[in-house]
Ligand binder design. Structure first.
Ligand SMILES: C[S@@+](CC[C@H](N)C(=O)[O-])C[C@H]1O[C@@H](n2cnc3c(N)ncnc32)[C@H](O)[C@@H]1O
Length: 233
């Protein structure tokens, strides 16, 4: 599905969100803490909008690794990264969130924007994100959520369930833009998702609503365990 929608993905993101998606990404990336020479993972990187935002906000010494399962998304990401002159420090890997192609504890930070909802085995994906992060690293998750205000919810639902799939169908694959609201409806509530992060070894989890709850921003750090022999792990 993501291979099929890749060519129009950026265009539809801008159109369907009226450009607000850029602001969500900026805010999410601003919450990362990336040291000099740090390494950041952009999981489910798609066309690399997050990776490029990280490159804009953090020192030139920071290395960024984008991982995605869609070869077509990665091909577009590669072109954008080259056009932005960032090929030296943004690397792309074909891989999945459930089996991240990286050793344990190698990243100082990770982001996953509008990605975790699509990961088949979410629990495994979150454990994998925990595995590849250093103990003092930060994880930022950006994901669609459901607005809580009943009035705004009505207006939003009209747009999200009725108008958005039609616009999506005009320019891209209809089924993908039917899947979007459906997958958002099925995604756990923020409190439940925060629990899932905790179950995967993250804590404390901070949750913030953006744009009246259309989007949720989660920030988490790995829980540091002290083993029997007194070592931090
Ligand atoms: C909605 S797009 C988000 C792309 C990008 N992060 C952004 O902010 O625009 C979701 C992406 O997740 C990728 N994806 C879906 N399941 C995945 C998985 N299990 N592991 C890695 N990537 C996955 C898709 O290929 C797609 O590029």
């Amino acid at each position: 599905m993501f291979d099929a929608i890749a060519p129009r993905y950026d265009f539809l993101n801008r159109l369907l969100s009226l450009g607000i998606d850029r602001r969500w990404r900026k805010k999410a990336v601003a919450r990362l803490r990336v040291p000099e020479n740090g390494r950041v993972l952009d999981m489910a990187c798609g066309t690399a909008d997050m990776a490029l935002e990280i490159a804009r906000q953090y020192p030139r010494t920071a290395e960024i690794v984008g991982v995605d399962i869609s070869t077509h998304m990665l091909a577009i990401a590669r072109r954008k990264i080259e056009a932005a002159g960032e090929a030296e420090r943004i690397r792309l890997l074909d891989g999945s969130c459930e089996a991240i192609p990286a050793s344990d504890g190698v990243f100082d930070g990770a982001v996953i924007a509008f990605g975790i909802r699509n990961v088949g085995d979410r629990r495994k994906g979150l454990h994998e994100l925990r595995r590849v992060l250093k103990p003092d690293a930060s994880l930022i998750v950006l994901e669609f959520s459901r607005p809580r205000s009943p009035l705004f919810q009505k207006i939003f639902n009209l747009y999200f369930y009725r108008i958005l799939p039609r616009i999506g169908a005009l320019f891209s694959r209809r089924s993908a833009y039917l899947y979007l609201p459906q997958s958002v409806a099925e995604f756990p509530e923020p409190t439940r998702f925060a629990e899932m992060l905790a179950e995967a070894g993250f804590g404390p989890v901070l949750h913030r609503e953006l744009s009246w709850g259309i989007v949720s921003l989660f920030e988490a750090t790995p829980v540091i365990k002290i083993s029997g022999d007194g070592l931090l792990g």
